[in-house]
Design a protein around this ligand. Structure first.
Ligand SMILES: [Cu+2]
Length: 146
């Protein structure tokens, strides 16, 4: 019995990393870094820190088609959200939300939130802030899940 107990403790406390912790800063008008790579199936704690002087938002969605208008892109980002059907927890800046239909997270200037989820779909996705003028000014990035 003693041996079994120790074995269980070792499994919980050690071994391979069981989560991926990444921080992205949001500024005018960029995500830093603007490219992140995640491992499928390993829980992610993604900290979003708004270091800018205005509110920014974070969305992740399938790569848009060439020539989409911002209006089309907005609809696309919602429909093709990476988080569609994925349980996501958003914590911080006085809020805690758990949901399967989260597609955008807004972060006020100076605030940070943490998004927790487990990536289940592999591929390359776009990160974007669609607040007026931000995306056009270059506020986008790439999320790769391998
Ligand atoms: Cu922005």
């Amino acid at each position: 019995m003693g041996f079994l107990f120790l074995f269980v403790l070792t499994q919980v406390g050690g071994g391979a990393p069981k989560k991926q912790e990444i921080t992205i800063q949001l500024i005018e008008f960029a995500f830093k870094p603007n490219r992140i790579t995640l491992t499928k199936g390993v829980p992610v704690e993604l900290k979003l820190s708004n270091k800018g002087s205005v509110t920014h938002e974070f969305m992740v969605y399938a790569p848009p088609k060439a020539g989409m208008s911002m209006e089309e892109l907005e609809k696309w980002a919602e429909e093709k959200s990476y988080f569609k059907g994925v349980e996501v927890t958003v914590e911080g800046a006085g809020i805690e939300v758990v949901g399967k239909d989260i597609f955008e997270v807004e972060i006020e200037k100076g605030k940070s939130v943490e998004i927790k989820f487990t990536p289940i779909k592999a591929g390359t996705f776009e990160i974007g802030c669609h607040l007026p003028g931000h995306y056009e000014a270059g506020m986008k990035g790439t999320m790769v899940v391998k």
